[in-house]
Ligand binder design. Structure first.
Ligand SMILES: C[S@@+](CC[C@H](N)C(=O)[O-])C[C@H]1O[C@@H](n2cnc3c(N)ncnc32)[C@H](O)[C@@H]1O
Length: 435
């Protein structure tokens, strides 16, 4: 590449996605996040091109021009599935609109956005379609696809939706899988007769990287935040939360699930509202039936926000209000299965809060162990408090996955530049021939 392809990175966090693009040869020229610890980490590892601040307050003119790609994993807490109507009216609050605005103003060849898989089912798929059509309206060909990081050699079964768009007439190409289940698993499935062609194809893939392969070597190494050398390599942030008993919010009063389901069913009948109608109002499938059904012992108790909404709809009395809606914090004890169960498989998703408890230690996974599972290199140093570091790591796009996506984007851009110059050469030859 004669000139590096230039990237603007929104919602950059600690920079997992950015590092993938950087490794692929892109030049990140401007980045933004409003979390000061994430920005500190970013600055330390990448440089000064990150700006601290709320993206909705930063005009596009303050960002550089001549941009090839805009990337960003916009947060989606704003999308609540409970009330479709309100959702759609509130659409100006959605942070993806900031990404849309920057893409509209900077006209990059490509944009790439990452999000949780749940985005696809929000408001029965209306949210993703809204996002897609908004980008199409400004001239982009848009696709989205759920990718599992484990399929790309990341030691983690992390599923994320990758939205990709371009305005240069190319396909949005996703990377091919490189990893799959181990051969022995396929053999067992064969014996059980659940072996299929798809799996046969996977025989050409490398086996999934397991949690043990990725972080086993750190199991017996004392945790500490200060860097230290192990086999000649510097290890940063091998620091872990020692809090191994967790709290959760449990219902304050005893509840009889079937009693409540029966009660709700009676009130639903009185109100003359069908289960289907309630599904429609709540905007998600397979839920309403559970609140009213008891026949196959499958009833479930609504969450408080759903309870109050149901109450408005069905007009029931106060009999169960307290039982359903009052909560207190309860302890989960260490021995109650918080330990990781996937030592010999890719890890479960590393989340932004306290990670799982180490398989054979009385501590949680360390920041470094989480970072390794997210395929950050050993010398990538995180800044801030322990919880701030866990959040940055858990929020990130796995570096290896990002790099593979970036490689495809790069290939497409270079192909389109080639096509363009072939066309130009043809025009020049024609002109020369005429003269
Ligand atoms: C899911 S994380 C992105 C992680 C990043 N893509 C990576 O790979 O490391 C979302 C980020 O958006 C940032 N954010 C949320 N709202 C923001 C806003 N209004 N302005 C700027 N940053 C924001 C959060 O601080 C968080 O770091």
């Amino acid at each position: 590449m004669s000139k590096s392809l230039r990237v603007i990175s929104l919602f950059a966090g600690a920079g997992g996605m950015d590092l993938g693009f950087k490794n692929s040869g892109f030049d990140i020229v401007w980045a933004n996040d409003f979390n000061k610890y994430a920005v500190e980490t970013y600055r330390h590892n990448f440089g000064d091109h990150i700006v601290l601040g709320d993206i909705s307050k930063i005009p596009s003119e303050e960002m550089p021009d001549d941009i090839d790609v805009v990337i960003g994993g916009f947060p989606c807490q704003g999308f609540s599935v409970a009330n479709t109507k309100r959702n759609m009216e509130d659409k100006r609050n959605f942070l993806y609109l900031e990404l849309l605005r920057v893409v509209r103003d900077k006209k990059p060849k490509f944009f790439v956005a990452e999000n949780v898989k749940g985005l696809l089912s929000m408001s029965k798929g209306k949210v993703i379609e809204l996002i897609k059509s908004d980008f199409e309206k400004i001239g982009y060909k848009v696709d989205y696809k759920v990718l599992n990081a484990a399929d790309y050699g990341v030691p983690q079964a992390r599923e994320r939706v990758i939205i990709m768009g371009n305005r240069i007439g190319m396909e949005n190409v996703y990377p091919d899988k490189t990893h799959g289940p181990v051969i022995e698993d396929v053999e067992i499935e064969k014996q059980l007769d659940i072996y299929d062609l798809e799996q046969q194809k996977r025989l050409n893939l490398s086996p999934y990287v397991t949690t043990e392969e990725a972080i086993g070597y750190l199991s017996d190494v004392r945790t500490r935040n200060e860097p230290f050398k192990l086999d000649g390599k510097l290890i940063y942030n091998h620091v872990a939360s020692e809090n191994v008993s967790d709290k959760f919010w449990g219902r304050k009063h005893d509840v009889d699930q079937f009693e409540i389901c029966d009660y709700l069913r009676e009130w639903r009948k009185k109100a003359g509202i069908s289960v289907k109608k309630i599904d429609e109002i709540f905007g998600y499938r397979h839920t309403a039936g559970h609140w009213f059904r008891k026949d196959n012992n499958s009833g479930s108790i609504p969450k408080p926000e759903d309870w109050w909404m149901l109450k408005e709809l069905l007009g029931f009395d106060d009999t169960f209000d307290k039982q359903v809606t009052e909560f207190i914090e309860k302890e989960i004890k260490f021995e109650q299965s918080l330990r990781i169960t996937n030592w010999d498989r890719p890890s479960d998703t590393i989340t932004a809060s306290q990670p799982e408890i180490h398989v054979n230690k009385k501590r949680r996974l360390s920041v470094r162990e989480c970072a390794i599972i997210q395929t950050f290199p050993g010398d990538f140093e995180f800044k801030g408090s322990l919880n701030a570091m866990y959040t940055q790591v858990g929020n990130a796009v796995p570096v290896r996955l990002s790099e593979k996506i970036a490689n495809k984007v790069k290939e497409s851009i270079l192909k389109s530049i080639d096509k363009q110059s072939i066309k130009e050469n043809q025009v020049i030859s024609k002109v020369l021939a005429i003269n």
